[in-house]
Write a protein that binds this ligand. Structure first.
Ligand SMILES: Cc1cc2nc3c(=O)[nH]c(=O)nc-3n(C[C@H](O)[C@H](O)[C@H](O)COP(=O)(O)OP(=O)(O)OC[C@H]3O[C@@H](n4cnc5c(N)ncnc54)[C@H](O)[C@@H]3O)c2cc1C
Length: 1005
């Protein structure tokens, strides 16, 4: 039963006189009278807060006052390591582990612990326990400043105190990243309990009119905040509709309960990628259920004004009243870093003043649009800020619009800005605290965000109360015109800043290479265009009917064409690649769609395949120009020493089906740009996309007699190419068996062959990821899942073994199994599909055999079912992801390459053992480690002997120029694709030394 009955809305107040004709938007912010008033209010507010801060609230800032935090703010290197330690602290179970990690973090190069701290760290023995206990209590102390209790029940006394002191609340249940339906259900249940029980507890509290009444009527006493992504394991903007459906299922019971009990539910705003999805979900929930609804919106987003406008228009159109909690945003660092890594426009403002100015503009707009009478749809504003200037600007707008203070409310975080809260209450505002509750592990991400925010040099709160900046600085206007925008500049100048390749004058845009940004599927137009391309695509029809004779003919023509191609200007050849890159860029979605249809890749995998092909062209085009310029060695007078390179001859390019465009393109482009002629023999399973590639290259200027396309069986066409005495170079990616056969065959030099063939050969892997006790399991679970089952495990870089240390094993395994259960096995043409078909029936048969072998070698924890009828609908075979536990390091499924979605989980009792197991196979391709122990990360760098090691991330998806890719041992011979040395394999070095001294005279002395 609901104890809290929603009051009948108060009768509409007489409409306040229409707001004086206020200057709108940006202009209003610059109106001098208005600006003066904002500063007056800001100064008044700040003055009151500082007075309050000097009194009863002085203790509230003590989080800054302890020694560690003081030091952290003085020393950036210490701050980074301290926060990293805080982040992993909850996973550490023993004093030894705490001590170990602490000393490890604080002894990193460049880190200077606070005076006195070193002694404790060096003490060892009994002092270890003391150091660990002291540290634990410091961190728990910090956490308790920002987190009100371990669960809702334990937080109730704090909530009641708050209420009695004149503040209302919004409770937030901290959640781990939700990786499975099980976790989503548990989180939903906690919210249901909260929504069902909290109203009963608050019902008996004394009445507080300021807190329970706004200008339109009653305000619910119980207010909860929710991170919607925790309500479903399947939140991915690429499948907006599917995600919204799943989320609505999760949130509906909560909203119905909230409606019945008069609880306001606020949807928090998370990362930018989820912004549109969250807004759409919010609207649909509001349209379906008449609950008290709130939504957080972030002013640090460049889109903030458009987002606000869209929501207001929707609310007015629907006649619905909702609350917007306007915040600046909590993920600024992440958004900035992530966008740059992806090559996407940065979604957040890059100057603090721009964020502040945007906050004021949006607040002003929302206040101007606030519904003034009952029955009128619109948006009520809650200000989520601790910045007196930002708050003052809203108060000044209220005055200008003739609205009472109760028309907005002020929201602040638990543990922050208490002096400001006191001042706001004294000014008669409704103040609400945002109160997180939860356990340590889920709480850490929140705590670290707060620590970062509180210690940031950009923080208003720090400037106002710790640094005691002067009033005029603190209330100064953020509205300034700037000529440039550092965020836009940062992305624009990324090629020069990263310098991933040389910049070759006249090649492409003359700038260094930069990776092609992948599609941002969070954007609806991007998704729609991709979906249309998938619907319209046709795979080029290619009969795999090439013969040994056809191969020989192609080699003969290529051989004849070689001298002309070899002697062509290197820059011309490079330009053909740049043109090919441009042509593929122009047809990106279409090419991706062909990959989807032909190979069964899902959308993102196919998009990445095409991006990589473009990257190879752009990268090799630039890098090739270095090779053919004669490099002078030394500066001796009388002696001119030079070195340069020449191409080798005819190259056979034998490419696999798993990166049907990228690898084929990379090998062919490398051969061609270095002056070799090429005969391409694609995998029998994916000749269509390879044909599309050759068409692009021909159309871009590569002559027909230089590049040949001979699709056909490996046993005939492939074998003939490898053995043809006119073929000087073989570039191959594929299985170990075929690779070794090629290396052997190429080693023979029949009569009449005047060179030794060069083989560039990439074979396979049996790649492992190590997960230790300090690992962030949210990241480890998702990283392993993606690495093992992305493209159905059919990547040579895929993870097929995960080696988990005892302390983390059981929790990791359970979460991994549940997370994998949440994957959607489906049609790769659908955006929501995670697991598509395997490449063909032969592959399926082989993988299934290994599943059978696995049953005998360990426990089958999961074998994901393939929906009935799917194979027939898609026309390709499926094998659902399988996870085995209890696997010995020498088991067959732990040592043999499977090339499918089969994962062996191996338990290790120590990090040494984990490394030994990881290094055991003859394959040396990729490897990974999830750990937050610096010493383990360093040892992995030195001792985990693989071609590509990935730390705290998945182990697939190497990017050209950034993560040059390739292994050693049985994983292949040759240097890394997409790396600075790769092209050297396609050329031969030549050197020349000229004696330039004639009769004792030489130029240059
Ligand atoms: C009640 C409440 C609920 C909240 N809910 C959410 C939520 O749902 N989602 C969410 O993301 N955040 C949320 N927040 C967090 C909030 O975003 C931060 O606490 C807030 O940004 C701090 O702003 P401020 O005005 O108090 O501080 P200020 O110190 O004035 O501003 C800090 C802001 O400036 C931004 N900034 C710092 N440097 C730069 C720069 N160089 N360029 C541009 N911007 C910069 C920061 O990212 C931050 O957003 C909530 C906050 C409150 C009070």
């Amino acid at each position: 039963m609901a104890f809290f009955t929603r009051r009948k809305p108060a009768p509409a107040r007489p409409q306040t006189a229409a707001a004086p004709a206020a200057p709108q938007g940006r202009a209003a912010a610059r109106d001098p009278a208005f600006e003066r008033r904002v500063q007056e209010l800001g100064a008044e507010f700040l003055g009151q807060a500082r007075e309050a801060g000097a009194g009863v609230f002085s203790g509230s800032l003590s989080v800054f006052k302890d020694k560690l935090m003081d030091w952290a703010m003085q020393d950036e290197a210490f701050r980074v390591q301290l926060f990293r330690f805080v982040d992993c602290f909850p996973t550490l179970r023993t004093s030894d582990a705490i001590y170990d990690h602490l000393t490890d973090y604080l002894s990193q190069p460049g880190v200077k612990p606070p005076p006195g701290f070193e002694l404790g760290m060096a003490a060892g023995g009994l002092a270890k326990g003391l150091v660990a206990r002291t540290m634990a209590s410091q961190i728990e102390g910090m956490a308790s400043k920002f987190i009100a209790g371990t669960d809702a029940a334990s937080a109730v006394p704090a909530l009641e105190r708050m209420w009695k002191n004149g503040m209302c609340f919004s409770v937030d249940l901290l959640g781990e990243a939700c990786v499975s339906d099980e976790e989503a259900r548990a989180y939903r249940q906690k919210y249901l309990d909260l929504v069902e029980n909290l109203p009963k507890r608050v019902a008996s509290w004394p009445s507080k009119p300021v807190l329970e009444q706004d200008h339109l009527g009653a305000v619910p006493r119980t207010n909860v905040s929710i991170k919607v992504s925790s309500l479903s394991a399947r939140v991915d903007p690429i499948d907006a509709e599917g995600s919204i459906r799943g989320l609505m299922e999760g949130i509906r019971p909560i909203l119905l309960a909230a409606k019945a009990r008069g609880v306001l539910v606020n949807f928090d705003m998370e990362q930018f990628a989820l912004k549109d999805l969250t807004i759409e979900l919010f609207k649909r929930c509001c349209e379906e259920i008449d609950f008290e609804a709130g939504l957080a919106m972030q002013a640090y987003l460049r889109s903030a004004e458009d987002d606000a406008r869209g929501l207001v228009e929707w609310a007015k159109r629907r006649g619905r009243v909702v609350t917007v909690r306007l915040v600046k945003g909590a993920y600024w660092d992440y958004e900035t870093i992530h966008a740059e890594q992806q090559g996407w426009p940065v979604p957040v403002w890059s100057r603090k003043s721009d964020t502040d100015a945007c906050f004021e503009r949006v607040a002003q707009y929302l206040i101007e649009q606030t519904p003034r009478t009952l029955g009128e749809g619109g948006v009520k504003l809650a200000l989520g800020s601790h910045n007196a200037r930002s708050i003052a600007a809203a108060l000044a707008t209220l005055e200008r619009c003739g609205l009472p203070k109760s028309a907005i409310e002020l929201q602040m975080l638990f543990g922050m800005g208490d002096a400001l809260k006191a001042a706001a209450m004294a000014m008669g505002m409704r103040v609400r605290e945002y109160v997180p509750v939860g356990e340590m592990i889920p709480g850490m991400a929140y705590l670290v965000r707060r620590l970062l925010e509180n210690t940031s040099n950009e923080s208003w709160l720090k400037a106002g109360f710790l640094d005691n900046a002067d009033v005029s600085t603190l209330v100064a206007s953020p509205h300034r015109e700037h000529e440039s925008d550092p965020g836009i500049e940062r992305i624009r100048m990324a090629p020069e800043r990263h310098a991933l390749s040389c910049a070759a004058a006249g090649i492409g845009d003359g700038r260094p290479f930069f990776t092609e940004p992948m599609r941002n599927f969070a954007l609806a137009p991007v998704r729609e265009a991709f979906g249309r391309a998938v619907a319209d695509a046709k795979v080029p029809a290619v009969a795999n009917d090439g013969t040994a004779e056809a191969a020989a003919k192609a080699v003969a023509t290529a051989d004849a064409a070689f001298p002309r191609w070899r002697d062509r200007e290197p820059a011309e050849r490079a330009e053909f690649l740049v043109r090919a890159a441009a042509a593929m860029r122009a047809r990106r979605d279409e090419l991706s769609a062909i990959v989807v249809l032909e190979s069964g890749k899902t959308w993102r995998e196919a998009d990445a395949d095409v991006c990589e092909a473009i990257d190879f062209c752009e990268y090799y085009a630039r890098e090739s120009t270095r090779l053919f310029a004669r490099a002078r060695l030394g500066r001796f007078v009388g002696e001119l020493d030079e070195q340069w390179y020449q191409p080798r001859g005819v190259a056979a390019v034998i490419s696999p089906w798993n990166f049907p465009l990228a690898i084929c393109c990379g090998m062919a482009a490398a051969a061609l740009v270095t002056g070799n002629t090429a005969v391409v023999k694609p995998a029998e399973q994916t000749p269509g996309i390879a044909k599309a590639l050759c068409d692009v290259l021909w159309e871009s200027g590569v002559p027909r007699d230089v590049l040949h396309f001979v699709p056909g069986p490996g046993e005939t066409v492939g074998a003939a190419l490898v053995r043809d005495p006119r073929v000087a170079l073989i570039a191959f990616t594929g299985s170990k068996a075929v690779g070794l056969d090629i290396i052997e065959a190429a080693g023979r030099t029949p009569e009449g062959q005047h060179f030794v063939k060069k083989v560039v050969c990439e074979m396979g892997g049996k790649n492992a990821i190590i997960v230790d006790e300090s690992a962030d399991l949210d990241e480890a679970v998702l990283g392993v899942r993606q690495s093992a089952f992305g493209f159905q495990g059919q990547k040579c870089s895929a993870c097929s073994r995960v080696i988990v240390l005892d302390g983390a094993h059981d929790v990791f395994l359970r979460r991994l199994v549940e997370a994998t259960r949440a994957l959607v096995v489906g049609d790769p043409r659908a955006p929501g599909t995670d697991v598509g078909p395997v490449i063909d029936a032969e592959a399926a048969g082989k993988i299934l055999q290994y599943v059978e072998i696995g049953r005998g070698e360990g426990k089958l924890e999961l074998s994901l079912e393939v929906p009935a009828g799917l194979e027939a609908r898609v026309g390709k075979p499926y094998v659902g992801p399988a996870i085995f536990s209890g696997i010995r390091a020498d088991a067959r499924i732990a040592t043999e390459e499977i090339f499918g979605p089969v994962l062996a989980v191996i338990r290790a009792s120590s990090f040494d053992e984990a490394l030994r197991i990881a290094n055991a196979p003859a394959y040396k391709l990729t490897g990974g480690i999830f750990s937050r122990k610096p010493a383990h990360l360093e040892r992995a760098r030195r001792e985990f002997r693989v071609g590509n090691l990935y730390v705290n991330r998945g182990i697939t998806g190497a990017l050209v120029g950034r993560q040059p890719f390739g292994g050693f041992g049985m994983s292949g011979v040759g240097s890394k694709a997409g790396g600075g040395d790769y092209l050297l394999q396609f050329v031969e070095p030549r050197a020349c030394c000229e004696n330039t001294m004639r009769r004792g005279f030489a130029p240059g002395l």
